[in-house]
Write a protein that binds this ligand. Structure first.
Ligand SMILES: [Mg+2]
Length: 236
């Protein structure tokens, strides 16, 4: 049986060494709209889609969500222009063996790789490009598709099926791989299995609260990661 593996990016494949995203989003509100924000106006970004981050900041500062929607292309352009110069190996860490795991999985004819990330599409591929990981992901569902992460899996299935040329992927044979409680919730809301990995901001204990199907500390042991996927029914 074929499987679709949907990877999160931040905290799962790569991770910023410092929390640069927060100041970039604050700078965007100031530079494009003249709106001053405080750190307390910002939510915890982990697992949130970029669109939901924008709405959340808007709500806590009394800014109109409709104005976000009207200016969304300008906003994505501003953000990617700010993220581009800092998306370097100095600032962005490749999580241990993430590249080796992807290379291994990519060799299997029984596995299709896709993205399911809160990053808007441009930023998702920008981050992946730092470590030459773009080649593994022909498609995905992104933080500019919907504000609600739980709405993203059907988008990913649709794109996977379009690329395959037949209706072969659904919640039944797709698995989410991510580092935050929101990845786990997203899988569970869509009746999907989920492999959680504790390389982001959340510990194994934090992730256990949400009862993922399986948890790994990291991908340092590739055989262990493959075994974990096999325990979820994925055959290489
Ligand atoms: Mg993440």
């Amino acid at each position: 049986m074929k499987h679709l593996l949907l990877f999160d990016i931040d905290g799962t494949l790569v991770k910023f060494k410092t929390r640069r995203s927060r100041s970039i989003f604050m700078g965007m509100f100031l530079d494009l709209f003249g709106v001053e924000t405080n750190h307390s106006d910002l939510p915890d970004f982990s697992g949130m889609t970029d669109l939901s981050i924008l709405y959340s900041i808007a709500d806590s500062t009394g800014f109109d969500r409709a104005k976000i929607n009207r200016n969304i292309d300008r906003i994505w352009k501003y953000l990617i222009d700010e993220f581009r110069p800092i998306s370097t190996k100095e600032n962005l860490e490749l999580l241990v063996n993430a590249d080796v795991l992807l290379a291994t999985l990519n060799k299997s004819n029984n596995i299709t790789l896709g993205l399911l990330t809160g990053n808007f599409k441009g930023n998702a591929y920008l981050k992946l490009s730092v470590y030459d990981l773009v080649k593994y992901f022909a498609f995905g569902a992104f933080g500019d598709d919907y504000f609600d992460r739980n709405s993203l899996p059907p988008v990913a299935f649709g794109r996977a099926n379009k690329l395959a040329g037949e209706n072969m992927y659904s919640f039944l044979n797709s698995i989410i791989i991510g580092d935050s409680p929101r990845d786990i919730e997203c899988a569970q809301a869509n009746n999907m299995k989920v492999l959680a990995v504790a390389t982001g901001l959340f510990s194994r204990q934090d992730l256990m609260v949400n009862s993922p199907d399986i948890i790994l500390n990291d991908f340092s042991d590739i055989d262990k990661a493959i075994d974990a996927l096999e325990s979820l029914g994925v055959g290489l």
